[in-house]
Design a protein around this ligand. Structure first.
Ligand SMILES: Cc1ncc(COP(=O)(O)O)c(C=O)c1O
Length: 476
């Protein structure tokens, strides 16, 4: 008689055989993704309905499971890795990232504490230091000093952690006092990402305490308005707690002046968090490092390697200048997590650096990507994306029908048809419904625009030219 454990788990040879099939499936998918329509045309509920209402009673063989990837899942996919994906920002993956994810899944370590897998912690600490170097970010965030970096799931979580740390710091770690949180205020431009207001709600301040700061003609936060609002709030007995500078706003990649904002934050002694979620990767190219001027004066900084840096979702990078504040804000130590390594004070326990307790070995993705491409390879790739955007911008600006609506700061080009919003909207709809390319239409200060973001792992110059041809065709 064999036990269920002996009988039911895949034996090593079955794992090998089936995992190879899974890899073949993914590689075939990625190399053929161009032939698929970018956006899924699934009807709402259709995928749900094609799945059985209950799990199978008897286990099924892997081939029939994999077959349903083609038959059930594929019709409901929007293909983010399509070479003509120009919508939103990218959510890239790459060969090295994919390989690292396989290893991470196989190792399946849970690195909540240094002790629960020292390599999971120490590779991550080193990778966060490498990233500082790769992007030319200030050494104030380096693990060798008082600062340090950690991988989070998303920029939304990073911003929430920054706010929780700022909230604790400003209250002298006495945030439990009645009424303190309700007086705390957070500031960002009207162009900032929705995750900032969400963090303000989740952290218990409430949307009422979120202040939108005016922007200039280039949609950058106006430091004078920030100064005025903080001064007025203080006079009213409010507690200014955090300012968010956005480097690369979601709609148009406007770049707030971090150094001017930092000056206001210094004057009022307010935590400065810099959200460079998409744009951060641009700084791999030295000519783009200006976007982070002044970051050395920030208290925290975040960007998403999982957007533009060829690291598969999820992988957000978050740094603080004073790790003690973050750890004190987030650490709760139950008896079962006590261990000698933690008590020695010589190790990092990343569970204290973010919201979840558990964490997987995401640093492998960063390690594999940075080693496989090298800093030089990454610079060349990002530089090529910037050239594509420059080329596309030139075509648009030389065409009498079209207009570049906002200053291009990096790999995003925002355009509108000169006939107005309705025409722009109709063309965006036509482009997306044809299925060969994807774009994001949005409204900025009342004007309908189309965003083209050039940064896909699979994208080549021919796809950028194809986007321009598709745009011209749609406008005929
Ligand atoms: C500027 C900015 N901040 C934050 C985010 C949120 O990113 P995440 O999905 O990692 O939370 C985005 C998403 O596009 C963004 O553009």
């Amino acid at each position: 008689m064999t036990s269920p454990s002996e009988e039911l788990h895949w034996d090593p040879e079955t794992v090998r055989k089936n995992a190879y099939k899974a890899v073949d499936w993914v590689v075939d998918y990625l190399s053929g993704v161009e032939s698929r329509r970018v956006y899924s045309d699934a009807e709402p509920g259709s995928i749900f309905e094609s799945l059985p209402a209950a799990p199978p009673e008897k286990g099924e063989d892997f081939d029939s499971i994999l077959k349903d990837m083609d038959e059930v899942v594929m019709p409901g996919l929007t293909h983010w890795q399509h070479p003509s994906w120009f919508a939103f920002f990218n959510a890239n993956t790459s060969g090295p990232s994919l390989a690292a994810d396989i290893l991470s899944s196989g190792l399946a370590v849970q690195g909540m504490l240094w002790q629960t897998s020292p390599a999971c912690t120490e590779v991550e600490t080193r990778m966060m230091d490498w990233l500082l170097d790769l992007l030319g970010l200030p050494q104030e965030f380096h693990s060798s000093g008082a600062g340090g970096g950690v991988i989070q799931d998303t920029a939304s979580s990073a911003t929430l952690c920054a706010l929780i740390a700022a909230r604790e710091k400003v209250s002298g770690f006495a945030v439990d006092q009645d009424g303190v949180t309700e007086k705390m205020t957070v500031y960002a431009s009207g162009q900032t990402h929705s995750s900032i207001e969400k963090a303000v709600r989740i952290a218990g301040l409430g949307s009422r305490q979120f202040r939108q700061v005016a922007t200039d003609a280039d949609l950058r936060l106006d430091p004078a308005d920030l100064d005025r609002q903080i001064t007025e709030d203080r006079a009213r007995g409010q507690i200014p707690t955090m300012v968010v500078a956005t480097v690369g706003t979601t709609a148009t990649t406007a770049v707030d002046s971090v150094s001017e904002i930092a000056e206001v934050c210094r004057k009022h002694d307010v935590w400065l968090h810099v959200d460079s979620a998409h744009a951060g990767t641009a700084a791999i190219v030295p000519e783009m490092r200006w976007i982070h001027d002044g970051v050395e004066d920030a208290d925290s900084f975040t960007f998403n390697p999982h957007k533009w840096m060829f690291v598969g979702f999820d992988c957000n990078a978050f740094w603080v200048k004073d790790r003690q504040v973050l750890v004190q804000a987030l650490s709760v130590l139950p008896e079962y997590l006590r261990n000698e390594a933690t008590e020695s004070g010589k190790v990092i326990d990343y569970r204290d650096w973010h919201i979840p307790l558990g964490r997987r070995f995401r640093a492998l993705k960063l390690w594999f990507v940075m080693r496989s491409y090298g800093a030089e390879g990454l610079r060349q790739l990002i530089d090529e994306h910037l050239q594509w955007a420059r080329w596309f911008e030139k075509q648009v600006s030389e065409d009498p029908q079209w207009e570049v609506t906002h200053r291009r700061t990096m790999n995003l080009v925002c355009i509108a048809h000169k006939d107005g919003c309705d025409r722009t909207e109709a063309i965006a709809k036509a482009l997306n419904s044809e299925g060969q390319i994807s774009v994001t239409p949005t409204t900025v200060e009342g004007r309908r625009i189309i965003r083209f973001c050039f940064g896909g792992t699979q994208t080549r110059m021919e796809h950028v030219e194809g986007a321009w041809e598709a745009l011209q065709r749609a406008a005929r």
